[in-house]
Design a protein around this ligand. Sequence first.
Ligand SMILES: Cc1ncc(COP(=O)(O)O)c(C=O)c1O
Length: 416
Amino acid sequence: MNDRHAALALDRADPLAARRDQFALAPDTIYLDGNSLGVPPKASAARAQAVIGGEWGEGLIRSWNTAGWFALPRHLGNKLAPLIGAAEDEVVVTDTISINLFKALSAALRVQNARDPKRRVIVSERSNFPSDLYIAQGLIEQLDRGYELRLVDDPSELPAAIREDVAVAMITHVNYRTGEMHDMRALTEHIHAQGALALWDLAHSAGAVPVDLNGVNADYAVGCTYKYLNGGPGSPGFVWVPRRNQNTFSQPLSGWWGHKSPFEMNPQYRPDDGIGRYLCGTQPIISMALVECGLDVFLQTGMPAIREKSLALTDLFIELVETRCAGLDLTLVTPREHARRGSHVSFEHPHGYEVMQALIARGVIGDYREPRVLRFGFTPLYIGYADVWDAVETLRDVLATEQWRKPEFAARGAVT
Ligand SMILES: Cc1ncc(COP(=O)(O)O)c(C=O)c1O
């Protein structure tokens, strides 16, 4: 593509272009960070007001029943299910990824311990999101039964690392730093052929790429709603457990929301039948209620159309950066093959942090991940082709004029 007119023509022909009106995004901002924190759907503000003023303010305690608050984790789980290939009553929206991972990994290890106690290895990638590795490390220490975390340095090493001593493979579908996507079907088949269980982290997949958990016969999955699903900062995550695995064991965070009959106030824990046993305690209802606003936009759209546009946007971004920013020290980190790419694109630059701060100051918002990685997320519901063109032109200007060298762009906040 050689000029902005061509990008505008693509926007005019884009069947998803009108979706942008459903989001509260300032017109002068090019937001390429929906892979970290999505943009608020316009419906969220009214929903928050209704929850705070009406359901909480007027309904008060009655709203646990009358406004369906208690049922929200299951209700939202059922709405989210079609986006990830899950069935009814297989998902609950609750807690964080880290907490849900702890529950699912604990349950998976117990299943495997009952089947084959010699399996003492959890396999993952060194480049996995650190919290996943920390949770596995914490659980291993807690169990104190000789479990080991085996980490591979390159995704190509995973098949060989998943062998007869492995209990669980804990894999993130789309890598948070590189945007590289695994073949979930092929890897799950291999994991099962080796007698292990497949636990998938969908943080950068739910709402970003089509996922078919039941179709690939996965065993457990976790994910969040604050990235591509636009649930809001710190909105609850989700945990998926297929029916065949639900009642095998109760997860160890056996709080009262996971009890079969919580209001009996029985001193003895009895897990709920089904996915309800993956709940723990009282949920942040205001935040949780807003998750529905994001899900509703997805349910009006469907993942195939979103994936088609996501690939077109990321293809265009890669092409434009490589042509218009040639010679400016950027190196593509994300795979070019569609089948191996999620919905964000990463480039390395020796001064990636400063370059990203300079971009943000110009209204092009992406983020930075150590070491040297500039991350750009493409969310087809509110990003268009002209946005891609304008973002690349700004990037070129920031690099060519070395604006990023200004001292203020070297200052680091707590969150990068
Ligand atoms: C792949 C992945 N896993 C886990 C997490 C941590 O999620 P949470 O803070 O909800 O526990 C993140 C956060 O960005 C992530 O990207």
